[in-house]
Design a protein around this ligand. Structure first.
Ligand code: HEM
Length: 204
């Protein structure tokens, strides 16, 4: 029970808050992209006449999705997936995986493969414009894992990040408050900024 509760808390709160921190940091360093996102949110608020955008409104904000997807590509909170092989499997002439062998999928390496994502160090939301929440880009985009054990809270996680980002961006302009290259916390189970992530919030 304790382990399940720990997975739920760590897997839900930490993953979403780290992604949000990284996204705010990148937006602070990308004023053009930040302005584009602000306009998308502002127009949606004016169009709907609401003070707070709801689920269906947020789902229509394509650029908001692109910013989050690109953040999850560059900083996947769960940097590798783990499985145990349950059936002897011949991968190719050189490699056969025996039953019971642990298998690790290096998500971070896939997300930084420049044949798939050119100039992977660059944060470019545009490269995610054509993808949707359910698109794993032929198994090259795996922030929520894949298969029967993929993240159970994916939709909820995306929803809370969309809500928070839309609210914050509409009220504040973001400016950098730490060096561009973010050091990772070596003691964190998930990929997370060493200092928790800092960014300057300037009221709009
Ligand atoms: C940015 C947000 C999130 C990310 C990036 C994320 C990522 C992941 C990943 C990579 C896995 C492993 C998938 C696999 O092995 O194929 C996972 C599993 C899981 N996640 Fe998430 N997650 C997020 C949010 C959430 C939220 C909000 C919840 C709960 C409300 C949650 C609950 C879980 C649980 C319970 C599992 C284990 C599922 C199982 O073993 O069957 N996650 N998550």
């Amino acid at each position: 029970m304790l382990a399940q509760v720990a997975v739920f808390i760590l897997g839900s709160v930490e993953t979403s808050s780290s992604t949000l921190s990284y996204c705010l940091h990148e937006l602070a360093y990308h004023p053009e992209e930040q302005e584009k996102l602000f306009k998308e949110i502002d127009e949606a608020l004016k169009r709907t006449g609401k003070d707070i955008l709801e689920y269906d409104d947020l789902m229509q904000l394509k650029y908001l999705s692109s910013c989050l997807h690109e953040t999850l590509r560059k900083y996947p909170p769960v940097a590798f997936l783990d499985r145990i092989c349950n059936k002897r499997y011949k991968l190719n002439d050189d490699v056969t995986i025996e039953k019971g062998i642990p298998v690790f999928v290096n998500v971070l390496a896939i997300h930084y493969d420049e044949k798939i994502f050119p100039e992977p160090e660059k944060w470019r939301p545009e490269r995610m414009n054509a993808s949707s929440d359910n698109d794993n880009l032929q198994f090259t985009f795996l922030p929520f894992g894949e298969g029967p054990r993929f993240c159970i809270g994916k939709r909820y996680g995306m929803m809370q990040m969309r809500t928070a980002l839309a609210q914050l961006l509409h009220k504040y302009k973001l400016e950098p408050a730490s060096p561009y290259k973010v050091e990772s916390d070596p003691y964190s189970v998930i990929l997370a900024p060493a200092d928790g992530g800092t960014v300057k919030f300037v009221p709009r």
